[in-house]
Design a protein around this ligand. Structure first.
Ligand code: BG6
Length: 608
């Protein structure tokens, strides 16, 4: 999964490097194993500077600030094919250095193409799939110097999804292609650009040209033409003025975005509660669709999947509706063939671009099977365009790769939806919870205020000294345990397995030896079983930390307790997960890691 951006000016622009750096900073969430910058001068000179490492390191190493030229391409990479090294960094030259191109995507037949291009005498320098897109284009462009024809032929060799931008040293235009990965075009004053990410364009211009899959565009500094990649016929496409406002990522005095965004959770949940008090026909329509469904799945990946698990608990307990939380990458394999027009999928995604989810939505949208709904954090994202109804969780720009405030707003939105249905059905639990929702912002705020010291101590003692650990949860806090374990893995690189606590005795209990750490987010309402499960560990000398509102039985049962504010049972994930986020954050920072841009992962994965 990567990000690519290409810009064309009329003549050599002294600030080309600045434009490329600004674009790169908006793309870095898509991958930061390596970065690469290419420039084309108006007299046909080219320059390609790229390599592994964080964006700022590459910018400094190659003095990108002083890049000049009439056209430029920048690519941020999250490695799929080819380890992160210079040869596999993007963009790539073609065999004889006339073309430079870069892609975002996943060419699944890369290995075969490497062999084929080598056999055909092309100069293959690495094992990255983006290089194969350049060679596929080169192969046909060498036959006939017609970029449209060349790309229309090359696509047949490329299996998988991608968005690709390429330029030739002797031509003042760039060619961009959208084949399954996101791509947008912006029309500026004196320049035109294409990018994987809308925000990287909107910082320069609000005039955006929507591109669709199977389309390519040739553009220079002042004109563009969209074509159908299959027929090469011209397509008329007028620019639109985007109304989306892009927040600037600012630390505002915090050391990292992660701790800033954890501290934003009270405000963002409060703002969402205020939004939810307004009548919203989109919510009504979404709820009606769910209520009328034969089956309903909550489909998501990563942290959003943990929100789906907690949301399914809310829908069952508060709305008497049985929904099935499913990992997005698993859905097609297990349920895809069962979906009928009577069924509903609620797709939950912070970015609204996760490929695992697009792989679920695209075929269903094409076959008009299933009611596709979504809850997202990025307005105008691809998943919203595929949805019959889509709700925004309004968590604001989330810059840190590990999701925190977007997660809290996801579970708040899901709780609100369940309560809405439950109250209509006059379900007592829902009627009770409805009167407690307003407590959530202050409960999170109080958790941050009163648990910092305990969380830092747990991070220092239990996590730093542990080789690995488990995070157990029962009933509603099973989702809390899964999310807490993911945060620890994401930012602290230590194995922490999230598990349903009743399952622990069926095998994993054998891992327990003296002092083995167990984190256990819980609630007084779960105390009977939680204490039983804690005892099974403690009699074998495991070290158990219960995270929960105060409970005398827990204080007797556990080695240590982190006391979070007293919260009504259905709200305990909000306080327990806040404490777990803080524990993970401190463990990361105390180990000298970067919690905002952890190794190997990225904020949004648009590859399979
Ligand atoms: C992963 C991110 O790549 O994608 C996680 O690192 C995220 O933080 C997951 O939860 C799903 O992303 P999204 O945007 O669909 O919620």
């Amino acid at each position: 999964m990567c990000g690519v951006f290409g810009i064309a000016f009329e003549t050599d622009h002294p600030q080309l490097g600045t434009y490329l750096i600004k674009a790169a900073k908006k793309l870095v969430y898509r991958g930061y194993d390596s970065a690469g910058f290419a420039s084309f001068s108006s007299t046909g000179e080219t320059k390609l500077s790229k390599g592994p490492g964080k964006l700022d390191e590459v910018i400094k190493k190659y003095d990108i600030e002083n890049f000049t030229g009439s056209r430029g391409i920048v690519q941020l990479r999250w490695a799929t094919f080819g380890e992160p090294n210079e040869a596999n960094s993007q963009p790539h030259y073609d065999s004889d250095g006339d073309l430079i191109g870069a892609h975002n995507g996943n060419i699944v037949n890369t290995t075969a193409l490497i062999e084929q291009f080598k056999a055909e005498g092309l100069t293959v320098r690495g094992t990255n799939d983006g290089e194969m897109v350049v060679h596929a284009f080169e192969k046909y462009f060498n036959q006939k110097a017609d970029p449209l024809w060349a790309m229309s032929q090359a696509k047949a060799m490329l299996k998988g999804d991608y968005a690709f931008i390429v330029g030739h040293r002797d031509c003042n235009a760039l060619l961009a292609v959208k084949m399954g990965s996101s791509l947008y075009m912006g029309i500026g004053e004196g320049f035109i650009c294409c990018s994987s990410d809308l925000a990287s364009i909107l910082q320069f211009t609000k005039k955006v040209v929507p591109l669709k899959d199977g389309e390519m565009v040739i553009y220079d500094h002042q004109s563009y033409q969209v074509y159908d990649i299959h027929t090469c016929e011209k397509l008329d496409r007028e620019p639109k003025l985007s109304t989306i406002t892009i927040e600037e990522a600012k630390l505002d005095g915090y050391p990292h975005f992660m701790i800033k965004e954890i501290n934003e959770q009270p405000t963002k949940t409060k703002q969402l509660l205020e939004l939810m008090e307004q009548p919203d026909p989109e919510i009504d329509a979404l709820l009606e669709t769910i209520e009328q469904s034969r089956r309903c799945w909550f489909v998501a990946s990563g942290t959003s999947y943990h929100a789906a698990i907690i949301g399914a608990h809310y829908f069952s307990q508060l709305a008497n509706i049985d929904v099935q939380p499913v990992i997005a990458g698993h859905f097609n394999e297990i349920y895809g063939h069962l979906v009928t027009e009577k069924d509903t999928l609620l797709c939950i995604s912070q970015s609204g671009e996760t490929k695992d989810l697009m792989n679920v939505m695209n075929p269903l949208a094409k076959e008009k099977r299933g009611n596709l709904l979504s809850i997202v954090n990025v307005v105008g994202s691809s998943i919203t365009t595929k949805s019959k109804h889509s709700l925004n969780i309004a968590a604001g720009l989330e810059s840190s790769v590990p999701a925190t405030k977007s997660f809290m707003n996801q579970i708040l939105m899901l709780l609100h939806l369940a309560v809405q249905i439950g109250c209509k059905k006059q379900i007592n639990k829902a009627l009770e919870v409805k009167n407690e929702l307003h407590k959530i912002p202050s409960l999170i705020q109080d958790t941050i205020a009163q648990c910092q010291k305990d969380c830092e101590e747990i991070a220092e003692k239990q996590l730093v000294e542990a080789h690995d650990l488990y995070c157990l949860g029962y009933s509603l806090n099973y989702g809390s345990a899964l999310e807490g374990s993911l945060k620890i893995k994401e930012v602290y690189y230590k194995h922490c397995e999230g598990m349903y606590s009743s399952e622990f005795k069926h095998g994993p209990l054998s891992i327990i030896q003296e002092g083995y750490p167990i984190l256990f987010p819980a609630a007084p309402d779960e105390s009977y079983m939680v204490i039983s499960h804690v005892n099974e560990i403690r009699v074998r000398k495991g070290y158990v930390v219960i995270i929960s509102p105060r409970h005398e039985g827990f204080e007797r049962a556990a080695d240590q307790c982190i006391i979070v504010p007293d919260a009504p049972y259905m709200l305990t994930p909000f306080v327990n997960i806040t404490a777990l986020q803080i524990i993970a954050y401190h463990a990361s920072v105390k180990s000298g890691y970067d919690p905002d841009f952890p190794r190997n992962i990225s904020k949004t994965l648009t590859v399979d």
